[in-house]
Write a new protein. Structure first.
Length: 371
């Protein structure tokens, strides 16, 4: 919060009047680089904020492994990735006692309801929540039969040949097919080789083989695999395609236009398909290279980003669903389309993760591409 107390806390970060301004460096998804939030933080704490960007978790992980812990003070990650960063010594614990604004976070994104922000088998908190969502199905309800709309099988249904699209992200394509494969084989809810519950990024050889079969069959049904959300939006708006998995950002754009009378498209976003779906909570973690001077500032940054007024900006300007309860600060249309009355849905979504065997997954995808 702003005020006299917050201004007083800024003093440790300014060494003296002649000293260079202290710089805070973060690595994350570019859409979170909100100018107004950054500039106000810089003014509040008399520091400079710089940023680096990545497209996916594996890219961030590789950057940290090749020296990024000295280049960046904070890193973003989602799903199981923050735990991987911690296990590899790339990040250090986050002191929640310095995060007053955690009080505004929905309970669904705090331990013990959501455990991926805590180290596995330990008590240290390794990251703090930012935004959340799923990788669900955006469906044209005027084209897709109701009995098909809430099932992952719609992505593999010959009835909709030429009207299906998926992203070009091979990991999520295999994971979604893996959920359906395990459901078909009856292995999803049974004992697992690793003794843990089902994780679509930790598939058995039989499940991977069935996922490959599904994806090869799917190839002839696809209109295209999209690389960016603008392409997906164009395909959905022109009704060139009727269904695609996505993060719900395009669904929101179309839903808002329908509310405003600008389109008659009847779209639904299925956050959790009946066989199960993918989800994520993206987070802030502090790299292991942060020195004592920047450590307090890194906590100030995380706390600043959790401030409800700033999270409301993320919701309305960026279009992502906050883990902070901002329902009283944003229009009802955002509350509805960001599923902020349904945060408990995160419990039923399989969280993004690194494939347990990257080599096997790459071979599967090569086989799919070559088929």
């Amino acid at each position: 919060m702003q005020g006299a107390g917050a201004i007083a806390l800024a003093a440790p970060f300014v060494r003296n009047a002649q000293a260079a301004t202290l710089e805070l460096r973060w690595l994350g998804w570019e859409h979170y680089n909100v100018a107004s939030i950054v500039s106000e933080f810089e003014k509040e704490y008399h520091v400079k904020v710089s940023s680096g960007f990545f497209d996916g978790n594996s890219e961030a992980y590789n950057k940290l492994k090749t020296g990024g812990t000295t280049d960046f003070d904070l890193v973003m990650g989602d799903g199981f990735w923050p735990r991987l960063y911690g296990k590899q010594g790339l990040t250090q614990p986050v002191d929640y006692d310095q995060l007053d604004n955690m009080q505004y976070v929905f309970d669904d994104f705090k331990a013990p309801n959501y455990m991926l922000l805590q180290e596995e088998g330990g008590s240290n908190m390794i990251a703090a929540p930012n935004c959340w969502g799923g990788y669900g199905l955006t469906v044209n309800l005027d084209k897709i039969a109701p009995e098909d709309a809430d099932s992952l099988s719609v992505l593999f249904n010959p009835k909709y040949a030429g009207r299906i699209s998926t992203s070009a992200r091979f990991e999520e394509n295999i994971a979604l097919a893996g959920i359906l494969a395990a459901d078909t084989l009856g292995t999803k809810d049974g004992p697992r080789p690793d003794g843990k519950s089902f994780n679509p990024y930790v598939l058995t050889d039989a499940e991977l083989e069935e996922a490959k079969r599904l994806l090869i069959r799917q190839k002839s049904l696809l209109l295209t695999r999209w690389n960016d959300e603008d392409t997906l939006e164009r395909l959905l708006r022109t009704q060139s395609i009727w269904v695609s998995p996505e993060w719900s950002g395009i669904y929101r754009r179309i839903a808002f236009d329908k509310m405003d009378g600008k389109t008659e498209l009847n779209m639904q976003h299925v956050l959790r398909p009946r066989e199960g779906g993918l989800g994520w909570v993206d987070t802030w973690a502090i790299t292991s290279g942060v020195d004592s001077e920047r450590l307090e500032l890194a906590h100030k940054w995380i706390n600043w980003r959790l401030k409800p007024e700033n999270m409301a900006i993320v919701a309305t300007d960026v279009g992502w669903s906050p883990t902070v309860d901002v329902r009283s600060l944003i229009p009802d249309r955002y509350v509805e389309t960001m599923f902020l009355n349904q945060t408990s849905a995160i419990k039923g979504l399989y969280q993004f993760d690194a494939p347990s065997s990257p080599e096997k997954w790459e071979r599967v995808w090569s086989d799919v591409e070559a088929a």
